[in-house]
Design a protein around this ligand. Sequence first.
Ligand code: NAD
Length: 360
Amino acid sequence: ISSKMKILITGGAGFIGSALIRHIIRHTEHRVVNVDKLTYAGNLESLAEVEADPRYAFEQVDICSRSALERVFAVHQPDAVMHLAAESHVDRSIDGPAAFVETNIVGTYTLLEAARAYWQQMPSERRTAFRFHHISTDEVYGDLHGSGALFTETTPYAPSSPYSASKASSDHLVRAWHRTYGLPAIITNCSNNYGPYHFPEKLIPLMILNALAGKPLPVYGDGRQIRDWLFVEDHARALYAVITRARVGETYNIGGHNEQANIDVVRSICRLLEEMVPDKPAGVANYEDLISFVADRPGHDVRYAIDAAKIQNDLGWRPQETFESGLRKTVRWYLDNREWWRRVLDGSYRLERLGQGALS
Ligand code: NAD
């Protein structure tokens, strides 16, 4: 793999995609083309530090549009694709599954076909080096039911939510395009990410921002559901290790060995806020008093936990953050970057977008 690739990244205006692009522009000499539709979850303000870099380009494109993708491949001539664009929020997938089927399944299919047509006509040397890296979730494996087991790369798929079912479908399509057409694909399945620039509907930023505003901290059910948390910048480093060094056809699980019950995550956030923001909102004696248990999410998986031994052994990747150090950095980031999340909360991040139709 050359040290100066052009990498087409879908979903680069999202939480993980923007961390990946910041990582690549900061730490490597590669070029990046960010292909993103800019749904509510896409925020170009997360890419402020790279937008003026000549190695970065942005294309506002829907991955369900074959003709738009063909134009992007023809114009940019990428050496690799890293596919992160997706509808990603489980609760939204329960209320409205259509967009998940459309983007995660049909969009991945459309991208695979556009990539295959492009790859087949590449000169043979570049064709051999081409990579299609599909970024997926550990939720495709379903539920560990509180047992001591971990998800490995050979755990059978058993998705529970419309979100995880749509991601499982997309994984199957990518594997089939590799087996059937020889497309040089790699898949990674990662555990829950957290860190800076996380959209405030997700658990950790929601709790931080609600606590700062003196609002209730809603915890599903009894809060005993266990998630395995990974700091987003550790995920970005793992993805970079995979796209540059992994063998074609492989699957890697990525996780931080940081299993936490949801209620403990919320309590840890409260403790960090007690330390960092002792001046609490009016009427709040302790942040923990704001915790309020709400009806559980339907189909809620009890436990996810990843065995990341393969990527550690094959590629030497290890997370740099513990949950404690990563959570501390995350809370600090939300305290120091109020402008970023205020503009998300009041919707103004959507008003200054490039192109038309961003508000539709
Ligand atoms: P996100 O919701 O923050 O970002 C998704 C991005 O995709 C947004 O910028 C959005 O505008 C874009 N997008 C959505 N539909 C599109 C379409 N039709 N065409 C083009 N762009 C479109 O998501 P995220 O948390 O950054 O997750 C990125 C990927 O990683 C997803 O594939 C997700 O399934 C996977 N993943 C996420 C986690 C996690 O904890 N967040 C864990 C494992 C895997």
